[in-house]
Design a binder for this molecule. Structure first.
Ligand code: FPP
Length: 227
């Protein structure tokens, strides 16, 4: 069995799901997608996974229509407020990665409040990637090193990233049929196993995650060595 500490997911396909169901508005897909976030979080927590990192909003997503961006910000705020009890009941710590300073004040306050209330939990850490892009994260980390006047090696660089202290990504899943990484965890997923599924995120269910994990355990991970 491979060690499984960190699952990362690109939750793609919400808009197409809404259209397929006959809804005029793409946001209905995001609303449904948020329900899957809850189910997958509970499941990952029960499986004993240490980190579940979910791509909720990328540095590129600001290019979407203003109404959709505003809706996503409010949805995340509402989600965090609603899910606090889920975190408290399931020993789930909440963390965030991305350039948070650019987010609306209300959402920033909710993020800080949720982090504070769950900081002592030892079970799963649910990490939301919000206004996140790997290139943005890496450039911010480089600037931290430059400003501190330190020369980095791989280990020290790890500690300057938003994911400092987290284990590298073991499984990276993208739903929605596209086969690309979209600026997600490029450093942290250097040796992760990649899974691409045509399932649209609102249709993704715990059974499919179990199948992926089963596949993962069959894989021989060599990390560049010979076995
Ligand atoms: C991509 O689907 C999805 C997003 C940009 C947002 C992801 C957000 C959620 C799953 C819901 C909110 C999250 C939380 C944590 C409450 P898309 O809109 O690009 O779909 P499409 O490719 O079918 O257009």
């Amino acid at each position: 069995m491979n060690e499984l500490k960190h699952i990362a997911i690109i939750m793609d396909g919400n808009g197409r799901w809404a259209k397929k169901q006959g809804f005029m508005k793409r946001i209905v897909g995001h609303e449904e997608g948020a329900k899957r976030v809850r189910e997958i979080t509970i499941h990952a927590s029960n499986l004993g996974v240490k980190y579940l990192t979910l791509y909720a909003f990328s540095t590129e997503n600001w290019k979407r229509p203003e109404g959709e961006v505003g809706f996503l910000m409010k949805l995340m705020d509402r989600y965090l407020k609603n899910e606090l009890s889920l975190f408290l009941e399931n020993d789930v710590r909440f963390e965030i990665i991305g350039e948070i300073s650019k987010l609306p004040k209300d959402l920033r306050q909710t993020i800080e409040f949720t982090k504070e209330k769950t900081a002592h939990f030892k079970g799963l850490t649910q990490v939301l990637a919000v206004n996140y892009g790997s290139k943005n994260e890496i450039v911010r980390a480089v600037n931290k090193a430059v400003n501190a006047g330190i020369e980095v090696d791989e280990h020290r660089f790890d500690e300057l990233l938003d994911t400092a202290g987290m284990d590298p990504v073991d499984i990276l899943i993208r739903t929605g049929g596209e086969k690309r990484l979209s600026n997600y965890l490029l450093w942290q997923a250097a040796y992760s196993e990649l899974y691409f599924t045509d399932t649209l995120w609102p249709d993704f269910h715990v059974g499919e995650l179990d199948e992926i994990i089963k596949e993962f355990h069959k894989t021989q991970r060599r990390f560049g060595a010979v076995k």
